[in-house]
Design a protein around this ligand. Structure first.
Ligand SMILES: [Zn+2]
Length: 270
């Protein structure tokens, strides 16, 4: 921001004066960018460090429910993409099944009951109830698979979170992992929970592979009129995350094509 030649580091630009002659300001684009980065990292710690991808099928669902299956790294890349486009004030939040349990247990801690959950060694008094955790966000992303110690209430706690979100009419994304699907062996599983999220669109995200894209530009590439001729065989090296695309059947695509995402059962949020 300090290097900005529009606002000279103040973060704000002149926006004329109002009817009474009082000067008005508006945020500088550099300030909006900074606030957006802060907002994304608030939703999930350090999320802006995730790999950059060019598009995400999840973009279409910021106002609706989705059941997502993805590895943690892939989920982070997609959430980074969606979050950075949500602007500085979009209140989306990523919580884990473990967070839900901790919040659900905390009223017990407040009244001094014994807590019989080994994952809940540090019960936060900030998250006084489950509702306080799951109600406020505009979009709540529930990441399953973090809670490792079994607690027979986990399935019901997840269900309560889902029912509460449905009750207040706010969208929810539930995320499991390819190796830890939300099936009867899952720690947070319940038949009712499965029934609930099975009505949503299921987005299975292909793994995002961090890597170095090396593209060989051959002399066959036509140079624009008047431009300097491109040297044959020049090497374009771009540090980033490559999408091998449709080159072979064995490579991993960065994501599913947009066209495979069908809007169905986005329950009245759009
Ligand atoms: Zn600026």
């Amino acid at each position: 921001m300090s290097g900005c030649d529009k606002c000279y580091g103040t973060g704000y630009l002149d926006a004329g004066t109002d009817a009474r002659g009082i000067p008005l300001t508006k945020p500088c684009p550099c300030q909006i960018a900074k606030d957006t980065v802060r907002n994304v990292n608030r939703a999930w710690a350090n999320l802006t460090s995730a790999p950059k991808i060019t598009r995400s099928p999840l973009s279409a669902y910021t106002g609706g429910n989705v059941y997502v299956t993805a590895t943690d790294a892939t989920l982070r890349a997609h959430l980074r993409h969606v979050g950075l486009r949500g602007g500085p004030y979009w209140y989306f939040k990523v919580v884990t099944d473990s967070d839900l349990m901790t919040a659900w247990l905390s009223p017990a801690a407040l009244v001094g009951k014994e807590i019989l959950d080994p994952d809940a060694a540090t019960v936060s008094t900030e998250k006084a109830t489950l509702v306080d955790l799951v109600d406020p966000p505009e979009l709540l992303v529930i990441r399953l698979g973090v809670k490792s110690a079994r607690n027979s209430a986990m399935g019901e706690v997840l269900l309560e979170a889902l029912y509460h979100r449905a009750h207040v009419g706010k969208p929810t994304w539930v995320v499991d992992q390819p190796t830890r699907r939300f099936d009867p062996s899952h720690i947070a599983f319940s038949e009712d929970g499965l029934h609930h999220i099975q009505q949503w669109h299921h987005a299975v995200l292909d793994d995002v592979q961090p890597g170095l894209a090396i593209e060989l530009v051959t002399g066959n590439v036509e140079s624009p009129q008047g431009a300097a001729p491109r040297p044959t065989g020049s090497l374009t090296l771009s540090a980033g995350y490559s999408s091998p695309g449709a080159s072979t059947g064995t490579t991993t695509r960065i994501e599913r094509p947009e066209a495979t995402v069908k809007k169905r059962n986005v329950k009245g949020f759009k």
